[in-house]
Design a protein around this ligand. Structure first.
Ligand code: 6MZ
Length: 339
């Protein structure tokens, strides 16, 4: 079996996928048809092509947001994203999303419920994929907004702990600032914490995040063993043993990493630090998890066995029960035994 086919066929675990960043062009077209002529964004959609910089990526999120501004649109977008991950042989998916209030159209609660309804829908159940939700806090929107999202995450975790499992701290890394300690409230009730970390250089924030000890970290692009001033952060990261979600295409397209071969995957993998491979925003950056697996195999010489180990270790970092982890591991083992 060639590498591409193999990477597609492995049962995979996706732990870092932003809902709106994952919406495909096909779904955006579908959503634009739902809008009234006055709102129609079809013109804009023709201009969408995978982002080539961090700034462009964040502009694209705004365009996607303008099309996912009702509970109906969020429901459709979530169903489609889940189906696309399923078609790429993802067996366990953690989606993360920032609840939005759109005046006259959608409340934050309706936003969250639309996602949960999509996860619970018969279409999703039929696939057999397991889907969980992390509620995101956008660093740009300030502490009051963060507290509101944390309160909602706690409320929905108490009602739907089967689906709502964690909080994600994200948003444009060049804008705003949120104290990670705000998330302690969520952690106290049992929600897991995933925090974007060092996507751009920010030593003080990285130290605060590492001291907080989130359950997982996103990116850690600017914690490099050989760059001036970051060696100490790198040692701190390695000592923490906190799993890092790595998104190669996203980082290279955002130009926070110069090339695939220089990606932080190389030295974190070499150091045997816990890592997993993820897409980040498969729509906005034009990728799939299979392609991300292919990239690590090509650029870092990983064997089929190494790819299996990556899948199995991702299971261990998932925000789910031990029982579910055993079932996921079994599916991966079964695939390897029969291929
Ligand atoms: C930081 C990111 C991100 O929440 O509307 N987001 N935050 N770094 C990244 N790397 C490129 N990619 C996406 O999905 C889109 C939102 O996810 C966050 C941003 O806040 C973006 O607006 P949702 O579903």
């Amino acid at each position: 079996m060639d590498l591409k086919t193999f990477c597609k066929k492995i049962p995979k675990i996706e732990l870092h996928a932003h809902l709106n960043g994952s919406v495909s062009l096909q779904t955006l077209h579908k959503l634009s048809e739902l809008q009234s002529p006055a709102d129609a964004k079809s013109q804009i959609i023709h201009e969408i092509h995978p982002s080539e910089s961090l700034k462009e990526g964040f502009k694209l999120f705004e365009i996607v947001h303008s099309l996912t501004d009702t509970p109906e649109a969020i429901f459709i977008a979530t169903c489609d994203v889940i189906q696309e991950f399923y078609n790429d042989n993802i067996i366990y998916l953690e989606l993360r999303s920032t609840p939005r209030h759109v005046e006259g159209k959608m409340t934050k609660k309706e936003y969250i419920e639309a996602i949960i309804n999509a996860i619970k829908s018969p279409e999703t159940k039929r696939t057999g994929i397991t889907v969980k939700l992390l509620i995101s806090v956008d660093r740009k929107r300030g502490e009051k907004n963060a507290e509101e999202n944390i309160a909602l995450a706690i409320e929905y975790y108490e009602k739907y702990s089967e689906y709502v499992v964690g909080i994600d701290l994200s948003g444009d890394p060049t804008q705003g600032e949120i104290s990670i300690n705000l998330l302690q409230r969520a952690r106290n009730v049992g929600l897991k914490i995933a925090a974007h970390c060092a996507e751009v250089p920010n030593e003080k924030e990285v130290v605060d995040i590492l001291n907080f000890k989130p359950d997982r970290l996103g990116h850690c692009t600017c914690i490099h063993p050989n760059l001036n001033g970051t060696k100490q952060l790198y040692d701190m990261l390695l000592k923490s043993r906190i799993p890092v979600e790595l998104c190669l295409t996203s980082n290279v397209k955002c130009k926070t990493v110069p090339s695939f071969s220089e990606h932080q995957f190389a030295y974190l993998y070499e150091a045997k630090h816990p890592i997993c491979i993820a897409t980040d925003d498969k729509g906005v950056f034009g990728t799939t998890l299979s392609e991300e697996f292919e990239l690590v195999a090509i650029h870092f010489g990983l064997t089929q066995q190494n790819l299996k180990d990556l899948c199995l270790s991702a299971v261990q970092y998932a925000f789910t029960t031990e029982e579910e982890k055993s079932q996921l591991s079994l599916k991966i083992e079964l695939f390897y035994n029969s291929n």
